[in-house]
Design a protein around this ligand. Structure first.
Ligand code: SAM
Length: 193
């Protein structure tokens, strides 16, 4: 089955003295980072993970990954999940950043360094974009085998920062209207079932 990748997700950490702090615009942060209104949105990552990691498709081989603007990559064991409560999710990210992993075996979540190009190296790439080609999503996604990664942008404004379109083998639109990440994910999961 296809791998779902949230790419260029607006989740990042900044240094303050000897501390490394997650940027969350709703909890404040350095002005120079927050003036860019797309930055500091771990809530978008949470909504993506909360839904995708609970999907019954996980038991059928669906892989889920998150790539961030700082070229961090979150990968998940087949039994890994995140708390439904957003504040508990944030608490989980601190030890993950410090130690590079949390949990054991198939319940583990790991944080690695990887650019978008490295994440999709040797893989076929399908990108979700309003500018893509309208098609029967179920037919398109179900025809993809294990070597395919389907990419959703993990941001609320602007476009991909990584060379996502340059690597795309297929760009798929769900209509001209701009949809939120959970709405795109919902349609993708539904089409895969
Ligand atoms: C909130 S949108 C990002 C906004 C960005 N200005 C854009 O035009 O894509 C988040 C992601 O959802 C996906 N997306 C949003 N609307 C879509 C649509 N109508 N068709 C396909 N994908 C869509 C894209 O992957 C996009 O990067």
């Amino acid at each position: 089955m296809i791998t779902l990748l949230l790419a260029d997700a607006e989740m990042e950490w900044y240094r303050s003295g000897d501390r490394t702090i997650l940027l969350d615009r709703y909890r404040g942060g350095p002005e120079d980072l927050l003036t860019d209104t797309r930055r500091g949105r771990p809530d978008v990552v949470h909504s993506f993970l909360n839904m995708s990691l609970r999907s019954p498709l996980r038991g059928k081989g669906l892989e889920v990954m998150v790539h961030t603007r700082q070229d961090k990559l979150l990968i998940f064991g087949q039994d890994a999940s995140v708390p439904a409560d957003y504040l508990q999710f944030l608490q989980l990210l601190d030890p993950l950043m410090r130690n590079g992993s949390i949990g054991e075996g198939e319940a583990a979540i790991r944080l690695l360094d990887a650019s978008f190009e490295k994440v999709v190296d040797g893989r076929k790439v399908l990108v979700f974009s309003p500018q893509g080609r309208r098609s029967d999503l179920s037919k398109v996604l179900k025809s993809k085998e294990e070597g395919w990664t389907a990419v959703i942008g993990g941001f609320t404004e602007g476009d991909f920062l990584s060379p996502v379109y340059q690597r795309a083998d297929e760009v798929v639109s769900l209509g001209g209207e701009l949809l939120t990440v959970p709405l795109v994910l919902c349609q993708a999961l539904n089409a895969l079932e």
